[in-house]
Design a binder for this molecule. Sequence first.
Ligand code: ZN
Length: 266
Amino acid sequence: MPIRVTVWGEFRHEKRSEEVHKLYPHGMHEAIASFLRKNKDLKVRTATLDQPDNGLTDAVLADTDVLTWWGHLAHSDVQDLICERVVRRVQKGMGFIVLHSGHFSKPFRRLMGTSCDLKWRLGEHKEIVWITKPGHPIAAGLADHFIIPREEMYGEHFDIPEPMETVFISTFTPGGECCRSGVTYTRGAGKIFYFRPGHETYPTYYDPNVQRVITNAVRWAAPTPNSHEQTYGNRLEGWLDQPQPTNNQSRKFPKPTSRKSTTKSK
Ligand code: ZN
């Protein structure tokens, strides 16, 4: 079964700026989808902000194993309902790859629970992306660093929760700032990866190392096969005497005879 990937793009800069349009004539989302489509194990579609339901209908999300997200100008135009939909799907196991200025997107901030603010500076910086977790699947095929010749600067402090893993840190010249530029989390059953590079006026998504990281991250974030949704709440006595679940079956819990007979724990 291929991994079903939805590449979401805000797709506004490309329509407003001649410079960005020249670089990404079909949109940044199409540039990202194009390199992902070269992999036979990935089935890739795109979605954009100005489509109905911001491109993320229940049907699209139900058919998505991994969602990648690039947004910048119009985070507030993403409907709250759609943000909640994305958050719920992540909690149920959908992978979520957040790119560059997506650090300020509604669903990422909701999932992190912090401001996700950071320091930044426009202009040409040489970004050195250092691998801080050698052997991690997202860093597969990379040496101990790679260089992106021209990028915007993002610097610490980056107000994110302590990551589960820090796969990359970046340093910037000129300036000398550093930034945790590749970090992982889980929320519910879903895996999340934030990856910093990708300013719209630079050809970052044509960089083979950047493409490799995003491709690796999609495979890493794909849901675990045959995992099933967790259930929460009161676990009644007697559950251990019930038949063991097999394969993808959830354990059947005995039903309480009366609501009042169950002891509530605080
Ligand atoms: Zn940027």
